[in-house]
Design a protein around this ligand. Sequence first.
Ligand SMILES: Nc1ncnc2c1ncn2[C@@H]1O[C@H](COP(=O)(O)OP(=O)(O)O)[C@@H](O)[C@H]1O
Ligand SMILES: [Mg+2]
Length: 154
Amino acid sequence: MPSLISKTDKETRDLGRALAKAVTEPLAIALSGDLGAGKTTLVQGMAAGLGVGKEYYVTSPSYNIINEYPADPFRLCHLDLYRLGSPDELDYLGFEDILDQEAVIAVEWPGFLQETDFPFDLEIRFEFDPDYNRIISLFGSGQRGRNLLSRLIL
Ligand SMILES: Nc1ncnc2c1ncn2[C@@H]1O[C@H](COP(=O)(O)OP(=O)(O)O)[C@@H](O)[C@H]1O
Ligand SMILES: [Mg+2]
C-alpha cells in the first residue's frame, strides 16, 4: 500500500497526474476523506494527466453529481455523491452509461457505491496530519488496481 505525505496542493495534483499517466485500461477510483482533504485537487491533476483540455476547469460536481470531461483514449468521469439521496438516483443520472465507456471514473464520497459492492479498482484515502499536511494512501483491489499501482511512478 503506497502512502505519501502531500504538503501542498501542487503535490496532490502531481500525484493525480502520475496516476493518470499510469492508466492503461478503464478504471474506477474511490476517493475517501473529509471536506477539504484534497479529493477534487487530485482529480484536477488526473484531468491534466489524462489530457483533458485546459479549457475545462475541474471543480467539485457537488450539485450535478456527475461531471464528464472528454479525453483520449480515456475520458474522465468525476462524481461527487455527497448530495445523493439514495443509490437509485444514480440510475436517473446515467451512471450505467458511464460504465460502458472507456473512462476513468473518480468518485468523491463513494459510500453509497461501496455499500452496493461496486467494484472499485483503487481506493485513495486522504487524512490530515497534525501539521495539516495530507496523508494520502492508495489501496489497489483486483488485477486492475494492482496493475495500476505497479506502474505508478512517483
Ligand atoms: N497538500 C494538499 N493537498 C490538497 N489540497 C491542499 C493541500 N494543502 C492545501 N490544500 C488546499 O485544500 C483544499 C482542498 O480542497 P478540495 O480538493 O476541494 O478538497 P475535497 O474535494 O476533498 O473536499 C484546496 O483549497 C487546496 O488548495
Ligand atoms: Mg471535492
